[in-house]
Design a protein around this ligand. Structure first.
Ligand code: PEP
Ligand code: MG
Length: 577
């Protein structure tokens, strides 16, 4: 048995047999010279491969509704262009079709990789995906574009391409593990939308994994367990059954208001990162958006234009008409690098990130974003709210406010800065300890605890460092204590209290957050039912007692979990064990 820790990119649990997905060496196997006996036959092979690939794309698009239509449309265009160029090469140089495709690929791939830009590198993956699909069809020469029978398996790969992932899902994929990838990648979005548990494990030793051996993907706790002992498989079978049962039980709660049984209403908003996720979240019962991570738009080769930002904000907000939508100003730097800024910092998490970076790159990044925000706010009114990440000093709020005033002037908007609901994230110990004075600026109407970062700065544990995995725990009593201290400081002030870190998506944290006085939770969309169910069975007053007990006597996260579980169980709540 071997256990790897990883990052969960799509929650859930899968138990199954490993299938190694190692198909992409097809390109390396093509010889560097090969003569075409009949150029016409080679061109025919190219065209037939294109035709079949287009049919395959149709099948995939059918299963994904509109979700990846744009991406697959782009694949279609790319494939046509590659085939045209390859056909011309076959004729002019009398080479075989596979080599021609490889040459076209190599010329574009090298150019894309030379840019040393993360997003362009992602495009190289798309190009590779298309070329791989074309080559596969030239080689196999099969007419069949249907997908084969259902099995129960876990795919393990260095990386995987979108078309392959969707094909695997259609033949019964239960879980996914890759060495490369990001939580915000296309792959992660497809996995989340299809409820495929997915973890990214950079340290994975692919060579040592045996095909058809058993594995457990625990994407709730970010673990991959290879060749588990029988007792663990049994335990996970129970957890999985419990997880599935709980999903069925809690689903109907997603569309109702979440009110504790002693009458305290809690808003359950959602975390989203792009227009597609907005669409998905709106269909799952979210009461609004508590955190729109716009950083996805900043992974391009240059910052997005004002128009592009405006378009993304409007298209996303359309799904939540009449509901609250909190847009976070881009939280760049730290774990969200921006290739074009070429930041070279010894310690990015303590460097130029969040609001500091926005103020430093005022003209290039902050102002276009604020202008787009103001224009979107004209359309959606006070429901569209602005949230500032990584605040640590009072001065930063005044600076953001004057930039907002400037954006209003520059867009000739009729709004006044006071019309816009401004909030801050509490992610640094400084913000927590200064919260009363931050609020006393009179410019803030809500605060949202970003517990992912707050935990890393309180505990001095890098949230991305695999080796410190055990030490990073957002349910550490120190995290609960600092939240309680911060909230106490603003007890009588009129600001709405929210949480948008991962802690809000976990059932065990709910009584703690309610007991702390949190009024609004922003969760991952598939968790809405579970969280609303849990709230509806809880007592607000007992949750207050729980927090008193935790802040007084808990000495470890295990203590916190034990105390919170006790309240959940005694309240008759079915829990995820
Ligand atoms: C957080 O830090 O809790 C948060 C929500 O922000 P992010 O995870 O995007 O840094
Ligand atoms: Mg954060």
């Amino acid at each position: 048995m071997k256990i790897y820790r990883g990052t969960s990119a799509s929650s859930g649990i899968a138990i199954g047999f490993v299938v190694k997905h190692e198909k992409y060496e097809i390109l390396d196997k093509i010889p560097n010279s090969c003569i075409a006996d009949s150029p016409d036959t080679e061109v025919k092979k190219l065209r037939s491969s294109l035709e079949r690939f287009e049919r395959h794309l149709e099948i995939l698009m059918g299963s994904q509704e509109s979700l990846f239509r744009e991406l697959f449309e782009a694949y279609r265009i790319m494939a046509r262009a590659i085939i045209e160029e390859a056909a011309a090469l076959v004729i002019s140089e009398r080479i075989c079709s596979e080599l021609a495709v490889k040459r076209v690929f190599t010329s574009y791939s090298e150019a894309l990789l030379r840019s040393e830009n993360e997003l362009i590198e992602m495009r190289e993956l798309d190009l590779r995906n298309v070329v791989y699909e074309i080559l596969k069809r030239i080689k196999e020469d099969s007419q069949d574009e249907t997908l084969s029978a259902e099995q129960r398996f876990i795919a393990v790969a260095d990386y995987i391409l979108p078309t392959d992932l969707i094909s695997l899902i259609r033949v019964g994929l239960k879980g996914l593990v890759t060495r490369k990838g990001g939580v915000t990648s296309h792959i992660a979005v497809i996995a989340r939308n299809n409820e495929i548990p997915y973890i990214i494990v950079p340290m994975l030793d692919l060579e040592s994994i045996k095909t058809n051996s058993r594995a457990i993907v625990d994407a709730i706790n970010g673990q991959l367990i290879l060749e588990p002992v029988e007792s663990l498989v049994k335990k996970y079978m129970e957890i999985l059954k419990n997880y599935e049962d709980l999903k069925v039980l809690t689903k109907p709660y997603a569309r109702s208001n979440a009110v504790t049984f002693d009458g305290k209403k809690i808003d359950v908003l959602c975390n989203i990162g792009n227009v597609e996720e907005a669409r998905l979240a709106s269909s799952l019962g979210c009461d609004g958006v508590g955190l729109y991570r716009v950083e996805f738009l900043y992974t391009l080769e240059k910052p997005p234009s004002e128009e592009r930002l405006l378009n993304a904000l409007i298209r996303s907000a359309e799904f939540f008409k009449g509901k609250e939508i909190i847009i976070r100003a881009p939280d760049l730097g730290g774990d969200k690098p921006v290739p074009y800024l070429r930041l070279k910092e010894p310690n990015p998490f303590l460097g130029l990130r969040g609001i500091r970076l926005l103020l430093e790159y005022n003209k290039e990044i902050l102002m276009p974003f604020l202008r787009a925000f103001v224009r979107a706010a004209e359309r959606f009114g006070e429901n569209l709210k602005l949230m500032i990440p990584m605040v640590s000093r009072v001065k930063e709020i005044y600076e953001i406010y004057s930039s907002l005033e400037m954006a209003i002037i520059e867009t000739s908007s009729k709004l006044r800065a006071d019309d816009i609901s401004l909030g801050i994230m509490v992610e640094t110990p400084a913000a927590a300890l200064m919260l009363d004075l931050l609020v006393d600026t009179g410019l803030i109407s809500f605060v949202s605890f970003g517990t992912n970062d707050l935990a890393q700065y309180v505990l001095a544990v890098d949230r991305t460092n695999e080796k410190l995995g055990e030490l990073y725990n957002d349910l550490d009593p120190s995290v609960i204590r600092i939240m309680s201290i911060a909230i106490e400081k603003i007890k009588n002030k009129r600001v709405k209290l929210g949480v948008c870190g991962e802690i809000a998506s976990r059932q065990i944290s709910i009584p703690i957050l309610i007991g702390l006085g949190i009024e609004s939770l922003s969760v991952n969309p598939p968790a809405v039912g579970l969280i609303k169910y849990t709230i509806s069975k809880l007592s607000h007053s007992k949750s207050l007692d729980l927090v008193k007990e935790i802040t007084r006597s808990a000495i470890s996260s295990e203590d916190v979990i034990r105390m919170a579980s006790k309240l959940l169980i005694s309240s008759g709540i079915k829990i995820l064990r």
